[in-house]
Design a protein around this ligand. Structure first.
Ligand SMILES: *[C@@H]1O[C@H](CO)[C@@H](O)[C@H](O)[C@H]1NC(C)=O
Ligand SMILES: *[C@@H]1O[C@H](CO)[C@@H](O)[C@H](O)[C@H]1NC(C)=O
Ligand SMILES: *[C@@H]1O[C@H](CO)[C@@H](O)[C@H](O)[C@H]1NC(C)=O
Ligand SMILES: *[C@@H]1O[C@H](CO)[C@@H](O)[C@H](O)[C@H]1NC(C)=O
Ligand SMILES: *[C@@H]1O[C@H](CO)[C@@H](O)[C@H](O)[C@H]1NC(C)=O
Ligand SMILES: *[C@@H]1O[C@H](CO)[C@@H](O)[C@H](O)[C@H]1NC(C)=O
Ligand SMILES: *[C@@H]1O[C@H](CO)[C@@H](O)[C@H](O)[C@H]1NC(C)=O
Ligand SMILES: *[C@@H]1O[C@H](CO)[C@@H](O)[C@H](O)[C@H]1NC(C)=O
Ligand SMILES: *[C@@H]1O[C@H](CO)[C@@H](O)[C@H](O)[C@H]1NC(C)=O
Length: 458
C-alpha cells in the first residue's frame, strides 16, 4: 500500500457539476432486504465505473490507476459478501475471474507483475478476500490443475508465515517482502493482523489447531511489542521500525488495523467455543472499535477525515472495518447489541451521502453531514457498500466451516515449496551480517526476477 491523493480540483469540479443535476439519492429502508440490496446494487454499479478490465489498458482483477492492487482485493472482498448476502449473481463472473487472474503462477497472490512491489499487507488483504470465498462457499474453480480457494489461502498463509522474523523485535513479519522496497525495515500492524486473522480463520474453518496456535502467537506478539494496547477501549497502533527494536511506535490509529485485529479476535473467540481468554480480548477490541471510530453513532476515519487529509488507501478503510464489525456480530453474538445500532445509524448516514456525481447517487467520504460532501472515488463507494450491507449479516448463515457447508479443496502444504520463500530467508541472514553482500544478492535477485526465472538460479 502506498500514498496518492486525488487532486482537489477534480473533486471540486465534480461537486459544482453535480449542483446542476437533480439528485436521485439512494433510498434506504434499513428493515427491508430488498431495499438494502437495491441500494447496494446501485453502489456496486458505481464501483464498476472504476473497473475497466475489458478495455485497452485495463486488467482483469484490478481497478484503474490511481488505485493500488491491494485495494482491488479489499473491494472484491466486499462485493463477494454482497454476492452472498443479497444472493445476486450479477458480478459472480467478475469476482471469479478477478480472484483467479490475480492469484499468480503459484496461486498464492503473488502475481509476477506485482511481486516486485508487493508487501505482506497487500498479499494478506487478498488472502482475506479469498478466505471469504472459502467461507461463503463461492463457486469453486473448475479449470484443470487449478487448486481450490482454500489451498490458495493456505498458500498465502504459508508464504507469509515463512517470513516470520524472530531476529528483530522478538518476532513479526515486516511490511515489505523484498529488501529493495522502502518500508522493508518497518514491521506494520496490518501485515501481522492479516496473518493473525488468516490463521484464526483457517483454524476455525479446518479445525486444525496448528493455525490456532500460530494465531495466538501473532496476537501475543502484537500485544508484547505494544502495537495493541489492551484495556476497555483497546488501541491498535500502526507499527514500528526494527532499527530500534520496534520500541518507537507510530501511534496513528486506522480503522482497518483496528478492524482486522477485531475480526481475528472474533474468529478466535468463535473457534475456541467462546473461551474466556478470547472473550476478554475481543470485548476490549470491540470497546476500542466502537468508541474510537464512531461519533454520534456514525463511523468515521478519525486520523484523517476531519483534516481532509485521507489518501486513496485511507478513504477505503471503513469498508473492511465495516465487514469486520459485521462478522464479529455474528461470530460473537453477545457483541451484536453493541455493534448493530452503530451499523444501522452509520448505514443510514452513509446512504444520505450518496447523492453526488452525474449519476446522482455517488457516495461521499464524510457521513456526518446528511448529504454528499464533494468527495468521490473507489474507496467512498466501497465503504458505503459494506456499511449498508452490514444490515444483512444476521439474515444469512454465518461463515461456513468445512463441516457445515464449505466445499473448497485445501492443501495444508501449499506454497511451502516456493523458491522465493528461500530467497528471502538467505537474504535476511545476509542483511544481518554483511550489507554489501546483501546488496549484491539483491541486485542478482532483481535481475533474475526481471529475467523471470527464479527457479533456475536456486
Ligand atoms: C443485482 O445486481 C444488478 C447489478 O448491480 C442489479 O442491476 C440488479 O437490480 C440486482 N438485483 C437485485 C434483486 O437487487
Ligand atoms: C499484470 O499481469 C496480468 C496477467 O498477465 C495482466 O492482465 C495485467 O494487465 C498486468 N497488469 C499490469 C499493471 O501490468
Ligand atoms: C526486542 O524486543 C523484543 C520484543 O519486545 C524483546 O523480547 C527483546 O528482548 C528486545 N531485544 C533487545 C535487544 O532489546
Ligand atoms: C487505554 O490505553 C490507552 C493507551 O495507553 C490510553 O490512552 C487509554 O486512556 C486507556 N483507556 C482506558 C479505558 O483505560
Ligand atoms: C468446541 O466444541 C466442539 C463441539 O462441542 C468440540 O468438538 C471442540 O473440541 C471444542 N473446541 C474447543 C477448542 O474447545
Ligand atoms: C460461533 O458462531 C456461530 C455462528 O454465528 C454462533 O451460532 C455461535 O454461537 C458462535 N459461538 C459462540 C461461542 O458465540
Ligand atoms: C456449496 O457449493 C456446492 C457446489 O456448488 C453445492 O453443491 C453445495 O450445496 C453448496 N453448499 C451450501 C451450503 O451452499
Ligand atoms: C495442520 O496445519 C499445519 C500447518 O499448515 C500442517 O502442517 C498440518 O499438516 C495440518 N494438519 C492436518 C491434519 O491437516
Ligand atoms: C513440494 O515438494 C515435495 C518434494 O519435492 C513434493 O512431494 C510435494 O508434492 C510438493 N508440494 C507442493 C504443494 O507442491
Amino acid at each position: 500500500m502506498g500514498t496518492q491523493l486525488f487532486p482537489g480540483w477534480v473533486s471540486k469540479a465534480f461537486f459544482w457539476l453535480s449542483i446542476a443535476i437533480p439528485a436521485s439519492a439512494i433510498d434506504l429502508d434499513v428493515s427491508s432486504k430488498n431495499s438494502i440490496c437495491s441500494a447496494t446494487a446501485l453502489i456496486q454499479d458505481g464501483i464498476m465505473d472504476y473497473y475497466d478490465a475489458n478495455n485497452y489498458g485495463g486488467s482483469v482483477g484490478m481497478f484503474q490507476a490511481p488505485y493500488y492492487w491491494w485495494e482491488a482485493g479489499e473491494v472484491f472482498g466486499g462485493m463477494l459478501e454482497n454476492w452472498y448476502l443479497c444472493q445476486n449473481t450479477s458480478y459472480e463472473q467478475v469476482l471469479y475471474d478477478s480472484m483467479l487472474a490475480q492469484a499468480g503462477p503459484d496461486y498464492d497472490y503473488m502475481p509476477s507483475n506485482q511481486s516486485m512491489v508487493e508487501g505482506n499487507d497487500d498479499q494478506g488483504v487478498w488472502g482475506l478476500t479469498v478466505m471469504g470465498a472459502v467461507e461463503r462457499n463461492f463457486t469453486n474453480p473448475t479449470e484443470k490443475g487449478v487448486p481450490g480457494w482454500l489451498a490458495m489461502v493456505q498458500g498465502v498463509f504459508n508464504t507469509m508465515y515463512s517470513r516470520w522474523d524472530d531476529q528483530h523485535c522478538g518476532g513479526g513479519v515486516r511490511w515489505q517482502i523484498f529488501t529493495w522496497n522502502s518500508g522493508y525495515n518497518y514491521k506494520n500492524t496490518i501485515s501481522n493482523a492479516c496473518l493473525f486473522q488468516l490463521a484464526a480463520r483457517l483454524g476455525r474453518y479446518t479445525g486444525n489447531d496448528t493455525y490456532i496456535d500460530v494465531a495466538e502467537k501473532i496476537f501475543d506478539w502484537m500485544v508484547d511489542v505494544g502495537y495493541i494496547v489492551l484495556n476497555d477501549t483497546a488501541n491498535v497502533y500502526d507499527g514500528a521500525n526494527i532499527d530500534d527494536n520496534c520500541t518507537d511506535i507510530t501511534k496513528l490509529e486506522w480503522s482497518y488495523n483496528q478492524g482486522v485485529v477485531l475480526g481475528g479476535a472474533a474468529y478466535m473467540y468463535n473457534a475456541t467455543n467462546g473461551s474466556s481468554e478470547w472473550e476478554t480480548r475481543l470485548s476490549q477490541v470491540v470497546g476500542g472499535s466502537t468508541s474510537l471510530f464512531f461519533r454520534n453513532k456514525i463511523m468515521y476515519e478519525m486520523t484523517c477525515q476531519d483534516a481532509k487529509s485521507c489518501n486513496n488507501d485511507q478513504r477505503s478503510f471503513k469498508s473492511i472495518f465495516s465487514r469486520m464489525l459485521s462478522l464479529t456480530s455474528v461470530l460473537a453474538p453477545y457483541t451484536a447489541d453493541t455493534i448493530n445500532p452503530l451499523m444501522e445509524a452509520s448505514a443510514e448516514a452513509a446512504a444520505k451521502s450518496c447523492t453526488g456525481g452525474s449519476d446522482g447517487h455517488t457516495c461521499g467520504m464524510n457521513w456526518e453531514t446528511g448529504s454528499w460532501d464533494g468527495y468521490y472515488g473507489l474507496g467512498e463507494q466501497a465503504c458505503a457498500l459494506e456499511v449498508i450491507q452490514s444490515l444483512l449479516y444476521d439474515q444469512r448463515p454465518a461463515p461456513y466451516t468445512d463441516s457445515d457447508g464449505g466445499t473448497s479443496v485445501g492443501d495444508a502444504n501449499a506454497g511451502l515449496n516456493k523458491t522465493t520463500t528461500n530467497v528471502l530467508h538467505s537474504d535476511l541472514k545476509i542483511t544481518h551480517k554483511d550489507k554489501v553482500g546483501a546488496a549484491i544478492l539483491t541486485a542478482v535477485v532483481i535481475a533474475v526476477l526481471v529475467g523471470g526465472s527464479v527457479w533456475m538460479m536456486f
